[in-house]
Ligand binder design. Structure first.
Ligand code: CUA
Length: 356
């Protein structure tokens, strides 16, 4: 029987294989929605092109340096009976070469880098969709102020049109990042940072807060839904229903929904359960308030996910979340003022789902 040491020795011999094997395994992944290597927007393409430029020059530097090293090791290796090598001091040609070549490579990287920084550091102008982005612990708020729409965690954009983001945070520093559309950009309290991008294809693209911002930083996700201009217009039209931002500050009831007991009773529970303390909601007195602690829940039924992209928006998940938010997302700032009863949760789930 082989000893423990024998096993360990065999493992040690195999260890150089681990890295290539890991690389190979990584290549097997077929679904990597947050890759930066597959840009689908103009901003991401600029950054991707800069990345590739840098990598190619890095490869040139690697080959030159490692090549010189290997030549030195193998050609000039010392042997036991070698005489004392010739003692030299300084070599002007060599020193000029190894100053000029790296300087040239640095310039070749610096020029496109500075160009890209200038191109991407300001607001986009012209015919753009304007969106205010506000980071919160731990979710994203999107305000389409010109369109009268406020939503959370799911940003809808029309394909082929530039969206202009004006970004800040309500609490700590976060970083807005949708890899296939745009690079990371931090958001800071008390100031606004610009970011813009134009989606080239339709589809749903995931993003993530990229700056550590507390316990649930890793679950501060978002999605960008890129759709045809017609789909986007229809989405905006739908989201504007009941928005005081488009109705001169007045709370307007959703006339497309029958004034049945679900909406009336649901709103009653929404208020009695304390939800209204943190969440804006169409048809509720908070509807027009911009700065709420929690996500605006108007039309929440139309979102694909809840809890900042953590759960699919299904009745079961909504029930689970409302029963005990902390068990779903530990440390969440969604603290129920009191435990909701089963009947209240059932009603709230139906009410929230009906807000399409
Ligand atoms: Cu927000 Cu990390």
């Amino acid at each position: 029987m082989e000893t423990r040491q024998g096993h360990l020795a065999r493992l040690a011999r195999l260890s150089p294989l681990c890295f290539p094997l890991l690389l190979l395994l990584a290549g097997c992944a077929h679904n990597y929605p947050q890759t930066t290597l597959n840009p689908r927007g103009d901003f991401a393409r600029l950054v991707d092109s800069l990345f590739r430029t840098t990598v190619w020059w890095a490869i040139v530097a690697f080959v030159l340096v490692e090549g010189a090293l290997l030549i030195a090791i193998f050609k000039f290796r010392g042997r036991p009976d070698d005489p004392e090598p010739r003692q030299v001091h300084g070599n002007t040609v060599l020193e000029v070469v190894w100053t000029i070549v790296p300087a040239f490579i640095l310039v070749m990287i610096a020029v496109p880098t500075i160009k890209t920084i200038f191109k991407t550091s300001d607001y986009a102008t012209g015919d753009v969709v304007q969106i205010e982005v506000v980071g919160h612990q731990w979710w994203w708020e999107f305000r389409y102020t010109g369109l009268g729409v406020v939503t959370a965690n799911e940003m809808h954009v029309p394909v082929g049109k530039t969206v202009n983001l004006r970004m800040t945070t309500a609490d700590v520093v976060h970083s807005f990042w949708v890899p296939q559309f745009a690079a990371k950009r931090d958001v800071f309290p008390g100031r606004h940072n610009p970011l813009w991008f134009k989606a080239e294809v339709t589809g749903t693209f995931s993003g993530q807060c990229a700056e550590f911002c507390g316990t649930q930083h890793g679950r501060m996700g978002l999605r960008v839904v890129s759709e045809t201009p017609e789909e986007f217009a229809a989405w905006v039209e739908r989201q504007r229903i009941g928005s005081p931002l488009v109705n001169a500050g007045k709370v307007v009831r959703d006339t497309t929904q029958p004034a049945d007991t679900l909406m009336t009773k649901g709103l009653g529970t929404f208020m009695a359960g304390g939800c209204i303390g943190c969440h804006a909601m169409m048809g509720a007195p908070t509807a027009g308030v911009m700065a709420m602690k929690g996500p605006n829940l108007s039309h929440v039924g139309s979102r694909a996910t809840i809890v900042a992209g953590l759960l699919d928006n299904t009745p079961e998940n909504l029930r689970h979340w409302l029963s005990n938010p902390d068990s779903v997302k530990r440390g969440t700032l969604m603290v129920l003022p009191r435990k909701l009863t089963d009947a209240e949760i059932t009603l709230l789930v139906a009410y929230l789902r009906a807000h399409q």
